[in-house]
Design a binder for this molecule. Structure first.
Ligand code: ADP
Length: 458
């Protein structure tokens, strides 16, 4: 049977397996089913020549990792990936920074990935590449003569062509994507942005049936494969963890007050200042909420090498201090801002304990926290989800209270609506969201993508 050769910027820790997010869980399940290799950067920086991959074998999976040079890492990861592509894909042009050396490092690192993969590839392997860090990888592999089926999944949104054109080498990005056999996006909207982009740049020759296209001389499959979660797994973990010492103490400390929770990486695309402002609006406009609600925001720092991430951290600290300073009482602090990570189990327990989940990114490919919040709830007495219309998850979770994340007053109203939602309505909304989550769970995501990739072998 063919092996799966999965590639992502970072590879999950084969030993600890800690903080397994959606990508890691989905990929690991696929790798266990087919056996294979997970290839990527191991998280180490080195000075000398690039080394050969370090390989750790666990069961039928080989974890193959390489090191990167410091300067390449900086320009490829902090530069092109996170100061060019990330802000563009999230429609946040104010954060876009471009330098030519970023493009060079991006291509160089992708070429390095391709070179180091060659020795590990077998003729029958099917290759599945993940995310925006590795768009040119198929082009590099094709150049080296690789003819295996290669699939690509984009975890973040794909921008409209007028936004993508901000990038000086945007044509290279579009062309590089046409070197894949199957390209998966989170939503139909992303599929449309990509295929329209190809058409507007003269790269689309024909729309065939069933998500197939002829582009830049090749036949490609382009479809939406919305990433899901392990619904029962999250439910079990949340049910157990809500009784743990940490979560029980948190619930006791609320003394019967309503509990609002937000869990995000500290990223400017997550709309955290707007969310804090919405909570402030709520306290100002609805005085009855004071001393009745507690908002806990968990936001561990990420990408600390990028300036914009240092700025947002400072901004949030100031806002939390300001709001708490203004509204707190001797026995109540309105915002609990936790600028650090927690175990997945504690997070799921806190989601379960919450009456309201606030998931309000300014733009998000999917947003798994929204799905985890729904799956974590007690179906007999579920909390309400307040969800951004600009998260991919909103295309599926229509029964959430949908908000525009730029509209802090609208969000304050939505929180008030969620806080006063009758039990019957909460149950109904929750039941239909759970149905959707089950239909598009993590198994459906990987199975459908891998099937399409295997069929592309022809
Ligand atoms: P993004 O991929 O942009 O960070 P998502 O919401 O799609 O956003 O995925 C985040 C994943 O990481 C979720 O599975 C979430 O539970 C997990 N996560 C978020 N914060 C933490 C944290 N502090 N510790 C461990 N896991 C976290």
């Amino acid at each position: 049977m063919s092996r799966l050769f999965a590639v992502s910027n970072r590879v999950a820790d084969p030993v600890g397996g800690k903080a397994a997010g959606g990508l890691a869980v989905g990929l690991l399940a696929a790798l266990k089913q087919y056996g294979g290799v997970w290839f990527g950067w191991g998280g180490k920086i080195r000075q000398g020549d690039p080394s050969d991959p370090t390989i750790v074998r666990r069961g039928n999976i080989s974890y193959a990792t390489i090191d990167l040079f410091e300067s390449d890492y900086d320009d490829y990861y902090n530069g092109y990936s996170n100061a060019c592509l990330w802000p563009l894909c999230h429609y946040m042009l104010g954060f876009f920074r471009y330098e030519r050396r970023f493009s060079e490092a991006y291509r160089k690192v992708n070429a390095l990935f391709a070179r180091k993969m060659l020795r590990l590839l077998e003729d029958d392997d099917f290759i599945w590449v993940h995310d925006y860090h590795l768009i040119p990888l198929a082009a590099e592999l094709r150049r080296a003569g690789v003819t295996n089926p290669i699939g690509f999944f984009m975890h973040v949104p794909f921008p409209n062509i007028d936004v993508l054109r901000t990038l000086p080498d945007h044509l290279d990005i579009l062309r590089a994507l046409t070197c894949y056999d199957v390209i998966g996006f989170q939503t139909h909207n992303d599929v449309r942005s990509f295929t329209e982009g190809l058409a507007r740049e003269g790269l689309l020759q024909a729309r065939l049936d069933d998500g197939r296209f002829r582009a830049d001389g090749r036949e490609i499959t382009v479809r939406a494969y919305p990433i899901g979660i392990d619904v029962d797994g999250v439910f079990r973990m949340a049910s157990r963890s809500v009784r743990s010492a940490t979560v029980s103490r948190t619930i006791e400390g609320l003394q019967g007050r309503g509990f609002i929770v937000g869990v995000d990486r500290l990223d400017y695309s997550k709309g955290l200042p707007e969310r804090f402002r919405a909570f402030e609006q709520l306290l100002a406009r609805y005085p009855e909420t004071r001393n009745r609600l507690v908002f806990m925001q968990i936001a561990p720092p990420t990408r600390t090498g990028v300036r914009a991430y240092q700025d947002i951290r400072r901004e949030l600290e100031q806002m939390a201090g300001h709001i708490n300073g203004h509204y707190a009482e001797p026995d109540w602090v309105p915002i609990r801002y936790l600028n650090r990570g927690f175990s997945r189990s504690i997070l799921m327990g806190l989601l379960r304990a919450a009456n309201i989940g606030l998931v309000t990114p300014l733009r998000d490919g999917m947003n798994l926290v929204a799905k985890e919040f729904v799956a974590a709830q007690d179906p007999d007495n579920p909390g309400a989800l307040v969800l951004s219309s600009l998260a991919g998850a909103a295309a599926e979770l229509e029964e959430a209270v949908i908000v525009n994340p730029y509209d802090s007053e609208g969000m304050a109203e939505a929180i008030q609506q969620a806080a006063n939602m009758p039990l019957d309505e909460r149950r109904e909304r929750h039941a239909s969201m759970i149905d959707t989550l089950r239909r598009h769970d993590i198994d459906a995501w990987r199975t459908q993508f891998v099937d399409a990739l295997q069929q592309s072998r022809g």
